[in-house]
Design a protein around this ligand. Structure first.
Ligand code: 13P
Length: 340
């Protein structure tokens, strides 16, 4: 597996007007979203939901890559066509979430460490054989009283770096996702400070583990005030704080940055990405796009509610959000688009 293949995958994923659709919710996370809408918590309902997403007409106009979960990459459409083939036929590159989830970090109350390194090389090889061309690993950083600690930042950065090195060895593009959560009442400035520290820790470890910066994609959070912070921020303020933070901590050799949405309202996730691409376009060394799950899927899931009769309506909602994100990736989104 040559390095050029990784470069070609990244080029396709980061192409103009496109971004990544995260549909890699673990079974417990998917079930949580289903339970809130009274959808049955079954393998079949999860398969039907993923089929609805992947058969949305025109999805490939806006989506260049889709992140799948272990259960999903092994599933097929009703007629037997595998999800991997459906994606590939639509010009969308299949990817796979490979971490085993965030667990309590021993000795660090309120903090998490992402597990999944044991046996990872073999799992990556299997996923590559199944058609995946990129992978994702998510670390979770919580802001609170006295946290995050250096111990938590360093442990998670080290795991991300070891994962990324194994991906590059195996011929998969690593998406490196250190997520600073929106939960809490912290300010925008506190989020900026923690995000910058987390990114410095991550890039220090990536360097030490000999990860090639040119052959990876970063998936960060936007810099936002906590959900319960009394002072919320405007779209342009978020855009400026986020890009300023990235410019301080993300090497210019990294080709692409694709944001997670992290529980932001779908329209805000589009507006904020758009503002970054409008205001900072000439000063950014990387492509800035999206790798959203909830900010693309949630309105469609709310429309579907597990009912076959709502399928077309849900696909329309999914197509609309993907289109809005695509326009934001180009810096051509406007709230007017939400009225169509
Ligand atoms: P959200 O966009 O819902 O934050 O999900 C992105 C993701 O992949 C989380 O790991």
């Amino acid at each position: 597996m040559g390095e050029n293949d990784l470069a070609a995958t990244i080029c396709t994923m980061m192409q103009a007007g496109k971004g990544v659709l995260a549909m890699d919710e673990s079974t417990p996370t998917c079930n949580k979203r289903f339970a809130a809408l009274g959808i049955p918590l079954t393998v079949d309902a999860r398969r039907a939901w993923r089929e609805l997403i992947l058969t949305t007409p025109g999805l490939g106009e806006f989506i260049s890559g889709a992140i799948l979960y272990d259960e999903t990459i092994r599933q097929s459409k009703n007629d037997g066509t595998s999800f991997v083939k459906l994606l590939t036929d639509a010009g969308i590159i299949p990817g796979i979430k490979v971490d085993a989830g965030a667990k309590d970090l021993s000795g660090h109350r309120g903090e998490k460490i992402t597990e999944g390194l044991d046996g990872l090389r073999e799992r990556l090889l299997e996923y590559r054989q199944m058609g995946a061309r990129f992978a994702k690993w998510r670390a979770v950083i919580t802001i609170g009283q006295g946290i995050p600690t250096i111990g938590c930042l360093e442990a998670n950065a080290n795991a991300l770096a070891r994962y990324a090195a194994l991906c590059q060895e195996t011929g998969l593009v690593p998406i490196v996702e250190p997520e600073v959560l929106m939960d809490g009442d912290h300010t925008l400035e506190e989020c900026a400070c923690v995000t910058e520290a987390a990114l410095h820790a991550v890039f220090g470890q990536l360097y030490r583990q000999r990860v090639v910066f040119e052959k990876m994609i970063l998936k960060p959070n936007m810099v936002l005030p906590g959900k319960n912070c009394p002072t919320q921020a405007g779209v342009e303020e978020v855009a400026d704080a986020t890009v300023s933070c990235l410019l301080r901590a993300v090497p210019g050799a990294v080709p692409g940055v694709a944001f997670l949405s992290g529980g932001q309202e779908a329209e805000l996730a589009s507006a904020r990405l758009n503002a970054m691409n409008v205001r900072w376009r000439t000063r950014m060394p990387w492509v800035l796009t999206f790798s959203y799950s909830r900010a693309i899927q949630q309105p469609a899931l709310d429309a579907w509610k597990g009912e076959q009769a709502n399928q077309a309506f849900a696909q329309k909602a999914l197509y609309h959000r993907a289109r809005c994100c695509s326009m934001a990736r180009r810096g051509e989104y406007s709230s007017e688009m939400e009225k169509t």
